[in-house]
Design a protein around this ligand. Structure first.
Ligand SMILES: Cc1cc2nc3c(=O)[nH]c(=O)nc-3n(C[C@H](O)[C@H](O)[C@H](O)COP(=O)(O)OP(=O)(O)OC[C@H]3O[C@@H](n4cnc5c(N)ncnc54)[C@H](O)[C@@H]3O)c2cc1C
Length: 292
């Protein structure tokens, strides 16, 4: 049914990168929750797989001077129960618990979610709002790509055939006067792809005015999107009036290109983009202010 030609089990990252270099067409295999669906649909008959499960360094979550490092092989179940994530990046915990159901969360990795390239990826909007950097390594080279430049088209990412995603770096986030949030809108509480997902972060100055705001969406266009015009409009503001939030919601909608699918119409998604922007930003603002 699955038509696997061969599966490799490298024991070290170096071995994996050599295998990638020497075997054009070999496919990295993480949790398999996207790959297996594609294979079953007959799109990948005779595939040569490379399992990443023995590469211990890809499973780590650690706090360092340059930020929080999340290994691409961290499953959504492990992300949801990690205390560092819970304390500093609660939006990723929310995204993890909103992913599929427990069975999927136990297998699905954050790296697979991003590398698969789907605009609906629950991990994408949170990582975009956090200015995540992706560390991509081949046998001979390493490069760092901001996640905002990683998505290059529907289902397409800037990952070369000989590269693996080896690390996800979240730059340092403020200890105080800061909040982040992810809101997933779907018709069911589990086992449902997002009709829309919205992630926001806010950090404040001492006088409660906004120092930095970020806003990102999944399923709001052919790729996940950031909304720089809405973000810039918020800088310096401290009275989040209904008029200001409406204006910001309009600017957010201008950055998005939602389409009609069987899950929802373009107009419905545009309305959600506006409503979720207002909700995510005002909730982040209140939470950031309470941590000043
Ligand atoms: C029933 C069901 C429900 C689902 N619900 C959701 C949901 O609610 N939200 C959501 O976002 N997704 C959902 N998904 C999709 C899927 O579970 C996620 O996208 C998941 O995170 C993919 O991770 P994985 O480890 O299984 O990836 P895999 O299937 O192993 O790999 C996916 C792609 O990424 C590549 N890849 C993986 N790791 C690396 C790496 N380190 N370097 C380079 N390339 C790599 C693979 O080669 C492949 O192309 C669902 C899937 C199923 C089957």
């Amino acid at each position: 049914m699955y038509g696997v030609k061969q599966i490799e089990h490298p024991k070290t990252l170096d071995q994996a990168l050599i295998l990638l270099d020497e075997n054009p067409g070999i496919v990295p295999y993480a949790g398999g929750t996207d790959i297996l669906v594609k294979m079953r649909a007959d799109n990948m008959q005779g595939v040569h797989l490379m399992a990443l499960h023995k590469l211990e360094e890809l499973f780590l979550i650690r706090d360092a001077d340059d930020g929080i490092h999340i290994g691409p092989m961290v499953t959504y179940a492990n992300l949801a129960k990690n205390s560092l994530i819970e304390q500093k990046l609660p939006l990723l915990k929310t995204a993890a618990l909103a992913m599929g159901g427990p069975q999927v969360q136990n297998l699905a990795t954050i790296g697979g979610n991003i590398c698969n390239g789907a605009t609906s990826a629950d991990g994408a909007a949170p990582l975009m709002s956090l200015d995540a950097k992706l560390i991509l390594r081949s046998r001979h080279k390493e490069r760092i790509v901001p996640i905002t430049e990683f998505y290059i088209g529907p289902g397409r990412v800037a990952l070369k055939d000989d590269e693996l995603l080896v690390d996800i770096l979240i730059p340092p986030i403020p200890e105080k006067a800061y909040a982040n949030k992810y809101i997933k809108f779907a018709t069911r509480k589990a086992m449902d792809i997002a009709i829309l997902g919205c992630a926001a972060t806010i950090s404040l100055n001492r006088d409660e005015s906004i120092k930095k705001a970020t806003l990102a969406y999944c399923t709001a266009g052919p790729t996940p999107v950031r909304c720089p015009m809405a973000e810039e409009r918020l800088i310096g503001e401290k009275d989040l009036s209904e008029e200001l939030l409406e204006e910001v919601a309009d600017l957010a909608a201008e950055s998005c290109k939602p389409r009609t699918s069987w899950r929802a119409s373009k107009e419905y998604r545009l309305n959600l983009i506006r409503q979720l922007a207002k909700r995510a930003i005002s909730e982040c603002y209140d939470e950031a202010r309470s941590s000043l």
